[in-house]
Ligand binder design. Structure first.
Ligand SMILES: *Cc1c(COP(=O)(O)O)cnc(C)c1O
Length: 294
């Protein structure tokens, strides 16, 4: 129950011990790939990214070399490695740090070398390049499996009208989910940047499906920042029995709360995982509330 309304939760966070939630879906095509298909994977993004840890874990299992490009990590993190970065490094990830100034250039060179819509394999080196956060057409087949599971569940439960909600970082999961489920409404909210920015990114994957809807919150939130209301809604959700992540889920639930009256179908929230980062986030909130003097 959430604010007086029953909401179903698809526990994709429990799907795989290595690849959490939607990272399993987005990387699914690789999980079933023959290990000999690749020898090296390159990706890039933030130094505590959930996608980074998932790719590191997958590459470890497949014995593929994994190179990850990120901006020079701050000294305090280097001195005391924590969270997803620590775990990914212990799985053999090779970190390639570049300065903030060089970063965009290095990434655009990589994108040029490994174009999105051509075969993703570099035949000589068996190198696979994965766009930040798995925002890659590679993700479609795995998200289609998720969509098929949702559809089978809907039929089994005799639910005629169903809406699905899931958070958007890159929006890849929401995009392919809406594409695969044209008969349902798919709701999402932009976590990184504005809705306009998200839509612009999504157009790189194709035309935005008509049934994909973007929810807003009255207040603007910055990705990665801490907000008392995020912590409060986390506790509210936890007391209803499910633990969610602190980066994506709180704003998604807040956007749902603000728009709940307008959605008059049954609702399914796809839990996209990310709970592995909670330990670090709880410690950050503890310091945050101490500074605020609460
Ligand atoms: C990675 C992640 C997302 C973002 O998924 P996209 O497909 O990039 O939109 C959302 N929620 C959690 C918990 C994640 O780890």
């Amino acid at each position: 129950m959430f604010r007086g309304k029953p909401i179903h939760v698809k526990r994709d966070d429990l799907i795989d011990p290595c690849l959490s939630g939607n990272k399993f879906r987005k990387l699914y095509a690789l999980t079933i790939a023959d290990p000999s298909k690749y020898s090296r994977v390159i990706s890039y993004g933030g130094n505590q990214s959930n996608a980074m840890l998932s790719i590191a874990c997958l590459c470890h299992q497949k014995e593929w070399r994994f190179e990850y490009v990120t901006k020079t990590i701050p000294e305090h993190l280097r001195a005391d490695l924590t969270g997803n970065l620590k775990n990914a490094l212990s799985l053999g990830m090779q970190l390639r740090e570049v300065s903030a100034l060089e970063y965009e250039g290095v990434i655009s060179d990589l994108k040029e070398k490994y174009p999105l819509y051509s075969a993703p394999v570099d035949q000589n080196q068996k190198t696979l390049f994965i766009r930040q956060g798995g925002a890659d057409p590679l993700a479609e087949s795995g998200v289609n499996v998720l969509a098929a599971e949702i559809e089978a569940w809907r039929v089994e439960k005799n639910i005629d009208f169903l809406s699905v909600i899931t958070p958007s970082g890159t929006g890849t999961t929401a995009f392919y989910l809406a594409k695969a489920l044209p008969g349902l409404s798919v709701y999402t909210t932009a976590l990184i940047g504005t809705t306009e920015y998200l839509m612009k990114q999504l157009r790189q994957l194709g035309e935005i499906p008509q049934n994909l809807h973007f929810l807003e919150t009255e207040k603007k939130y910055r990705f990665g920042n801490l907000y008392p209301e995020f912590f409060r809604i986390q506790n509210e959700l936890k007391s209803s029995g499910v633990e969610f992540d602190y980066l994506y889920a709180p704003k998604t639930w807040l956007s749902l709360a603000e728009n709940l009256d307008a959605i008059n179908t049954q609702l399914l929230y796809v839990h996209s995982g990310g709970v592995s980062g909670n330990e670090t986030m709880v410690a950050r909130y503890k310091r945050f509330f101490e500074r605020m003097g609460k």
